[in-house]
Design a protein. Structure first.
Lengths: 209, 363
């Protein structure tokens, strides 16, 4: 479940997801976590059961909210971008946004809100700079489609196509402090040239004091 | 599960209007067993026209309770695990003191001399009942519509005595539209000559007025879609009227047999007067002290208690980062959904109560 030691380049899955495994290692026990776009609450439920974390979720899809609440997760049905304003400052130890940043209308606003309501933001996103995406775009001359990005351009939930480098540049501009960054290609941790080789990036970010 | 209604008498209840009712009777039913440390009690509160008979088969009437599908062994409120209590509200006509009761001071029926009551008064009486049952802290308070208003009132007034709250299809205050529908109902009753300024007891009941009031009510409990599906434009060949007319007339006349017109006036007024944030800066301030865990439920087609009213409560709680789960369940049944959509509600109520129970046991 933990990210690799030096001789083991693979991260294990948690609930079938590499990024969940990284989150689960980062999140300290007995903290308070808000998961934006928590789906049916499986990560939160795991954190509550295994790390005694006080968990809250936000999810738009009613069927998923129903499952989350049935699992005992305190889940709010609503829009991530509309609901964040309600929460008080620094209400959570971590605010998680997993594989959703590319889908929100105002990514910077969401990230800033996350860093306002939480002491730290945990963000995982797909890297559109990955070589497969680049190749697909270069050789087909069309909106790239890969196994990681299977959608046609006209029915894709993804509305922002950004890369690891883009995120780093934004973090520098906003003067966020990046406490940890983990890059994954499948379940393999990528150490070199992540912008080209990683499919997924996980960032632990906080504001500078 | 055959159940019987029990009754308790309390020496006095001081009302918000300043009047003291003495004594006061409360009719209630219980389901399941109170555990040794008295930590598994759930108070369920009925909507406007409900009564203490929430579940099981009533010993006398042989009827099922109004939330029987939600309360029982293995159901949403699982009586194998929880001790569930439901009482008839103050001002009601099903065993709890109301305008149809005898005024001990005069020996006559109260009728319209019954004092104005509030949702707060109803809840204070319930608190007395809970105390008398030896329960210090409720695992949960739950209810829909007016029952949901009482849930909110409980959470606001007794934050230390409710571990969790489940307000369903409800509001922190009535809108003009909700007050308007209630007023139509009240006017229908008082316009009936048989109402006789409320002094109809022992004589002819204001049945026409009360039936019309109930018909309006039923329209507001349904949705355009559910009415279209249930009745459409079908006609009753035998009576030469539309099915929807026949249905409303039947519901109206049936209501006259079981509900007191003066209770209608007093209870609807209590609903209209309810304002959870009254005298406070904001809803957030009202619920600030609460450590209660909330599960708030609304329904997509409920236009009488629209989701925005539930969301207002949810927003207020989130502003203080209080523990609140919220879902807007998809339903075509309008306001009636809270009585009808059993499967979805059962699933989430069960999961929620398991979590609340864990939290209570940890402390």
């Amino acid at each position: 479940m933990t990210p690799a030691s030096n001789n083991d380049p693979f991260v294990r899955d948690l609930l079938g997801r590499g990024d969940y495994a990284i989150f689960s290692e980062i999140v300290a026990p007995q903290t308070c976590v808000l998961d934006l776009g928590c789906g049916d609450g499986e990560l939160l439920s795991w954190l509550a059961d295994n790390k005694d974390v006080d968990v809250r979720g936000v999810e738009m899809d009613g069927a998923k909210v129903q499952k989350a609440i049935a699992k005992g997760v305190s889940c709010y049905q609503g829009d991530i971008e509309e609901c964040l304003a309600d929460y008080p400052d620094q209400a959570f130890d971590y605010v998680i946004l997993s594989q959703t940043l590319q889908e929100v209308r105002q990514p910077l606003q969401v990230l800033n809100d996350m860093l306002r309501v939480g002491r730290r933001a945990l963000v995982a996103f797909p890297n559109f700079g990955h070589w497969r995406v680049r190749l697909a775009h270069l050789f087909t001359g069309r909106a790239p489609k890969t196994t990681r990005f299977p959608h046609d351009w006209f029915d894709s939930p993804n509305i922002h196509f950004f890369t690891i480098d883009d995120f780093e540049i934004l973090a520098a501009r906003e003067e966020w402090h990046i406490e940890k960054r983990v890059f994954l290609d499948g379940n393999r941790e990528v150490k070199m040239m992540p912008n080209l080789l990683a499919e997924t990036a996980v960032y632990l970010v906080r504001r500078h004091r | 599960m055959v159940v019987s209604t029990q009754s308790k008498r309390f020496a006095a209840l001081e009302l918000d209007c300043g009047v003291t009712l003495a004594p006061v009777d409360v009719a209630y039913q219980t389901y399941g067993t109170l555990n040794a440390d008295r930590s598994n009690a759930i108070l369920v509160m009925h909507a406007f026209s409900g009564d203490a008979h929430a579940a099981g088969i009533d010993e006398q009437t042989q009827q099922k309770g109004w939330w029987d599908s939600m309360i029982g062994p293995g159901r949403g409120f699982d009586t194998d695990q929880y001790f569930v209590i439901c009482s008839n509200v103050l001002g009601g006509c099903r065993g709890t003191t109301g305008p149809g009761s005898i005024n001990p001071a005069t020996g006559e029926i109260f009728a319209m001399t019954f004092p104005v009551i509030t949702i707060g008064d109803m809840v204070r009486l319930q608190a007395k009942l809970i105390e008398s049952l030896g329960i210090e802290k409720l695992l949960s308070v739950a209810g829909g519509s007016m029952g949901g208003m009482q849930v909110l009132e409980w959470a606001a007034r007794y934050p230390d005595r409710v571990a969790s709250a489940i307000p369903i299809a409800t509001t922190p205050r009535h809108s003009a539209q909700q007050i308007a529908f209630n007023e139509v109902g009240r006017q229908a009753i008082t316009a009936d000559p048989d109402w006789s300024d409320g002094n109809y007891y022992g004589g002819k009941l204001p049945g026409r007025g009360l039936a019309v009031a109930r018909m309006v009510g039923h329209i507001t409990y349904m949705s355009d879609e559910s009415m279209r599906q249930k009745f459409g434009r079908r006609q009753r060949e035998d009576q030469g009227i539309f099915e929807v007319e026949s249905y409303l007339r039947y519901r109206g006349s049936q209501f006259v047999d079981r509900f007191d017109a003066n209770s209608y006036l007093y209870i609807t007024k209590a609903m209209d007067l309810f304002d959870l944030a009254a005298g406070q800066q904001s809803l957030t301030a009202v619920l600030e002290r609460s450590k209660t865990k909330f599960l708030v439920i609304s329904f997509t087609s409920d236009w009488l208690y629209p989701s925005y009213q539930s969301q207002e409560v949810v927003s207020a709680l989130r502003r203080r980062n209080q523990d609140v789960a919220y879902i807007e369940l998809t339903s075509k049944y309008g306001h009636d959904a809270f009585l009808v959509e059993v499967e979805e509600q059962s699933e989430i109520v069960k999961g929620f109560l398991v979590r609340v129970t864990k939290g209570v046991n940890r402390r």
